[in-house]
Design a protein around this ligand. Sequence first.
Ligand code: IVH
Length: 663
Amino acid sequence: MEAIKERINQLCEIIEHHNFLYYVKNQPEISDFEFDLLMDELIKLEEQYPEYKLPNSPTTRVGSDINNEFVSVMHDYPMLSLGNTYSEGELRDFHNRIIKESELKPEYVCELKFDGISISIKYTNGEFVRAVTRGDGTRGDDVSNNVKTIRSVPLKIKHDDFPKNIEVRGEIFMSREVFNMLNEQRRLTGEQEFANPRNAAAGSVKLLDSREVAKRKLDCFFYYAMGDELPANTQWESLMLLKKWGFKVSENIKLCKNLPEVFEYINFWDKERKNLPYDIDGVVIKVNSFKQQEILGFTAKTPKWAIAYKFKAEQAITKLLSIDYQVGRTGAVTPVANLEPVLLGGTIVKRASLHNADQIALLDIRLGDMVYIEKGGEIIPKIVGVESHEPNSEPTKFIEFCPECGTKLVRPDGEARHFCPNTESCPPQIKGRIEHFISRKAMNIESIGEETVNLLYEAGLVKTPADLYKLTKEQLIKLERMADKSSENIINSIENSKNVPFDRVLYALGIRYVGETTAKKIANHFGNIEKLASASKEELMQVDEVGERIAESIIEFFNNKNNIKIIAELMNADLKFSLEKEEKLSDKFNGLSFVISGTFNSFSRDELKDIIEKNGGKILSSVSKNTDFLVAGENMGPAKLEKANKLGVKIISEEEFLKMLNE
Ligand code: IVH
């Protein structure tokens, strides 16, 4: 029993060490697979021996679906905010006031001002105790369960020179990459998108289901420590301590001896911030010496020894010349502004997004207006306000009819967007569906681009994805600028697409709200298109990630006669509409369980797994008494070896495995 307790403690330490290497230091030492094996082993042991489970076990990082309760708690130290400035003059005033009030020339620590939400985390005896949001500065919400899912937040402090009680402060944020992925997913499932990464981070920290939070891939930088006997005399030293203790501290900090150095830092990051993977909205300038900080003290709300220098959002003013209305694959109509060209953030801007009818009405945007444009996280800038209207201008009326096919637009309940309902014959919808069908993540028919789709459509050759499979080389050669070779390439890549697996075919069909991942889950659940097409709403909703909205959209798709006709034609063309049956090579390993570890010479781990499964064997993720063989590769984990030895599991080398296979 003691041995099990010890193994659990050991696993917690090993796993947390690898979390630290991966999420704080960005220097992983083991593969994801090996990490998962360790985690699996710990999960199983904790299930078997719950009495030994540690309260701050790394398994808490996956969250739980038990509803969170956010209790409001008092901060031990109030959470202050910072004074703000946008001007160099005010920063000089701040500097002069410091010299006057403390009678000392200050050194400053310059830090990035992360654009997320602040968090205060208490550690007692080096253990994570609780995490509290800022709230009103005096009281905040206890969001511990959610914050524990953030892998860069230590559950335990490293080394042991920490005071009994410390409180650390930092900023929880979402990287732009994760934010874009999250929004893309929400777009597909019809959920409201987040306006920016900060809102996404704030929304995530307050989710009721911590398992969902774990999926949001939040991150956290730390910039402040408090405690009774903090072994540091300066802000710089305290940042170094935090780093040593295992907290994620930004690399982009600078100790500045004078004001010109501070300005240099500000100007550098104003230009460079677009290259960071996360948003910052300024820099924070802090007096380095704690003694000097103490002399300066606080106002009611802010420390007098620190200030935030905020960057101006890049803005420009220009004239709105006209509005285009673009129709997408789903029939959604997006208004786009044509602008008098203007320089913004180093590029010339001619177009800007107007989002939807509500946004146009809200800002009262009219033709001929002088408008403010701003660059957010997106590539295309947006109009954020109107400076002036032209005399006699009229409020903009959103178009009533589709600019492409003339059909009257509709605006479904609860939708901010207008749609053209003419799905059958509105050209951009037809072309959009074909473009989606051939795209890389769908059928990956790479020899056809947007231009060719246009040619094929204009020539009357392709109106549905199924028409692609009826094309002949003779038809293609007759098209404009189409050479013999490229016609052949097109025919070949269309032919090759017949091998694309069922889940991607399903995605390619373009069912609204069914993205890549959902398509995969649906394909695995139902196995073939017949079962999917006849599934009820309730049956559909049994699939992971399929909610009411997606289920209804799938039913609507299969109720449409045209869609059924296209599917029938695609089936005739031999596309895959069911999961591939696993080809079985032999029954050699029937009833035998294998664990594989390390790396191999003759095959990758996935290939090895595949071979075992195709010969009837089973793959287990960790060694247990049910394991028959441990296939030991190079650099295998010593823990696994030890365990296999202890349980008497047979350990075989790659050569021995090959011998068994070929016997
Ligand atoms: S120090 C008493 N440092 O900005 C000092 N704050 O506008 C407390 N922030 O509430 C804050 N990056 O949420 C500090 N490097 C940084 C920061 C930072 C972002 C946030 C923080 C704070 C707000 C003040």
